[in-house]
Structure formats: structure tokens, C-alpha cells
Write a protein that binds this ligand. Structure first.
Ligand code: ADP
Ligand code: MG
Length: 238
């Protein structure tokens, strides 16, 4: 059974329609990349999946249940943003613990989850620092760590690497790949960067002006782009 299903999902802001009835199935454990030019609706779509944005029409389904009216907190997913959204006055350890503490998790369990996330992301030496004492790449690691400790079924990434320089971006791509291999969670990753899409995805969803142009593996899209937009956008010859 598909883990996450979008069924004719529509989004309107006032009378401006920005998502035009999107159908999509994402299997359990799949790494899916939404790619498309700025303003095509990637963030809006991700936010509707997350429960941070109301759906104008259609359904979002998780494991066969319509979750349209379920709050973000109840959807068992975690979102990582481009702006890391860390609490500046709290240590890294506290930033990682905060969400779990508010959910009332036992102290020992919180400590164990932080340890595990710190090991995966190699941020053990950073746990007592404040976000202001970290580099961009280190902050992004902490932001990902904050998602990991919640052990979500689905990770949602909204252009998490676009504030990083080219070398760090490449390094983080490798790390996110490794994270997916290790956790096997469903991951949806939004980017406007073609290389990021081609290197990370099991499945790429190419969006343009609120519609899906094509869905396929990186190889399928490269070898058989559905149209000139996809070919041009992914840089394949045609
Ligand atoms: P992307 O993430 O692909 O750059 P967005 O999902 O942010 O695109 O935006 C898609 C479209 O929806 C854009 O035209 C944008 O201006 C519009 N939009 C996004 N959020 C709002 C909002 N809160 N109110 C009105 N229009 C919005
Ligand atoms: Mg966006």
C-alpha cells in the first residue's frame, strides 16, 4: 500500500489557484524529490502534506486515512527548513530535546535519542554550544537532528541546503543519502537544484506552475523527458 497519497489536491490563496489538482503516490521508504522553478508551488505542496497549510480541495492520505483535518503534530512527520529555525538562546542539546520534552517523553529516552542523532550526524562535540557558535553546515545538521529525534515516519525537507556553499552542499547530500539508507523512512525533499534532484531521488516529481509535468526515476527523466520543459530543466539532450 502506498504510504502517502495526494488525491486531486488543490490550493487557492484567495482566488489565485497555485496548485491545480495534483495526484501522487509515494511508497513507504521512498526518497522523493519535488523539483521545479521558484514559485511553482513546491513549498505550498509540502506544507499541505505537513498539515501547515489548509487544503482547498482534494485529499491527503497517509496509510489509507484522509488526514486533511489532522494537525501537523499528529501526522508523524518532521519538517526541515532552509532557515534552520533553531532556538538561539538554547544549547544544541536543548534544541534537540525541546520537542520531545514538550511531548512529555521520559528523560532517559530523550538522552538516548539525542545521543543516537548526534552519532549519526557527528555533532557530539557541538551539544553544549549555542546556535550562534555554529557554522551554517553545523546548524543545518542540528536542524536535521531535531527531525531525527522525533523518529518521524516521513521527513519533509524544504530546500534545506540552499544556504550552504557548494562544497558543503555536496557533503550534506551524501549525508542525507546515508541517513535515508540507515533509517529507511519516507523522505520528501524539495529543491530547485537539478543536480540535487538527480543525485538524491529514487523518484523525481517535476513541477511547473502548480502542475506535475512528469514523475519518474532520475534515469527515466534523463532518458525520456516527457516534454521540452523537463528536458530543458534537467539539462538532458533532446
Ligand atoms: P516554491 O516553493 O516552488 O518557490 P511556493 O509554494 O512558495 O513556490 O509558491 C507558489 C505560489 O503560491 C507562488 O506564486 C506564491 O507567490 C504563491 N503563494 C505562496 N504562499 C502564499 C500565500 N501565503 N499567499 C498568497 N500567495 C502565496
Ligand atoms: Mg519554496
Amino acid at each position: 500500500m502506498a504510504e502517502l497519497v495526494l488525491n486531486k489536491v488543490v490550493k487557492e490563496f484567495g482566488n489565485l489557484r497555485v496548485i491545480h489538482g495534483i495526484d501522487l503516490q509515494i511508497r513507504d521508504g521512498e526518497f522523493v524529490v519535488f523539483v521545479g522553478p521558484s514559485g511553482c508551488g513546491k513549498s505550498t505542496l509540502l506544507r499541505m502534506i505537513a498539515g501547515l497549510e489548509e487544503i482547498s480541495d482534494g485529499d491527503v492520505m497517509i496509510d489509507g486515512d484522509v488526514v486533511n483535518d489532522l494537525s501537523a503534530a499528529k501526522r508523524e512527520l518532521a519538517m526541515v527548513f532552509q532557515s534552520y529555525a533553531l532556538y538561539p538562546h538554547m544549547s544544541v542539546r536543548k534544541n534537540l530535546a525541546f520537542g520531545l520534552e514538550t511531548m512529555g517523553a521520559p528523560k532517559a529516552e530523550i538522552a538516548q535519542k539525542i545521543q543516537q542523532a548526534a552519532d549519526i550526524l557527528q555533532i557530539n562535540e557541538l551539544l553544549e554550544r549555542k546556535p550562534g557558535q555554529l557554522s551554517g553546515g553545523q546548524r543545518q545538521r542540528v536542524a536535521i537532528g531535531r527531525a531525527i529525534v522525533r523518529e518521524p515516519r516521513i521527513f519533509l525537507f524544504d530546500e534545506p541546503l540552499s544556504n550552504l556553499d557548494a562544497e558543503l552542499r555536496m557533503q550534506m547530500r551524501v549525508e542525507i543519502n546515508r541517513l535515508h539508507q540507515r533509517l529507511r523512512s519516507t523522505m520528501i525533499f524539495v529543491t530547485h537544484d537539478q543536480v540535487e534532484a538527480m543525485t538524491l531521488a529514487d523518484k523525481i516529481v517535476v513541477l511547473r506552475a502548480g502542475r506535475i509535468e512528469q514523475v519518474g526515476t532520475p534515469l527515466e527523466l534523463y532518458n525520456k523527458p516527457a516534454n521540452i520543459f523537463v528536458a530543458g530543466f534537467l539539462g538532458s539532450p533532446r
